[in-house]
Design a binder for this molecule. Structure first.
Ligand code: HEC
Length: 143
């Protein structure tokens, strides 16, 4: 029983990694951008996001599961700004890094009331945390 469980987790991990590197054709760059952060530290920083966001449910902000590869402004049942819907962005490590530097200037007219992280290390860490959470079926079950 125990070993069945462990191999199930292992397979989930492997599929998660394969899905991350292989899906969009920009594999190496994206992998490099996503592994450089410290996910454990990012989890602490995510407390600042958690005022409005959670992984699995919409709140003041849209849910963050299934974030990577998602076109901006497309979570069902969330009232986005027109600016976010029209942004044409697709979320990956790079667009998240640019957005989180200064949300209100990157998506002019966004209703996300968060000043951003000026520190590149903070951004890398929170993105690493989001990436790890998205690849963990315990925090983000496949929809
Ligand atoms: C004060 C509330 C608030 C805080 C704090 C906040 N957000 Fe947001 N966030 C929002 C709202 C509201 C939106 C929807 C924006 C829009 O429609 O213009 C949003 C949108 C987003 C999106 C786009 C999601 C999508 O589905 O297109 C991302 C990514 C995001 N936030 C990440 C973060 C991260 C990471 C943090 C912490 C560093 C954070 N947010 C902090 C309120 C917040």
């Amino acid at each position: 029983m125990k070993s069945t469980l462990r191999s199930a987790v292992w397979i989930a991990l492997l599929t998660g990694l394969a899905g991350c590197g292989g899906s969009s054709g920009d594999g190496p760059a994206m992998a490099a951008a996503t592994v450089k952060g410290d996910a454990a530290r990012g989890e602490q920083l995510y407390q600042q996001c958690a005022a409005c966001h959670s992984l699995q449910q919409n709140g003041a902000g849209p849910m963050h599961c299934q974030l990577f590869g998602r076109p901006a402004g497309t979570v069902p049942d969330f009232e986005y700004s027109q600016a976010m819907r029209d942004s044409g962005l697709v979320w990956d490590a790079q667009t998240l890094d640019e957005f989180l530097t200064s949300p209100i200037t990157y998506v002019s007219g966004t209703k996300m009331g968060f000043a951003g992280f000026s520190d590149a290390g903070d951004r890398a860490d929170v993105i690493a945390y989001l990436h790890q959470a998205n690849n963990d079926p315990a925090t983000c079950p496949a929809s």
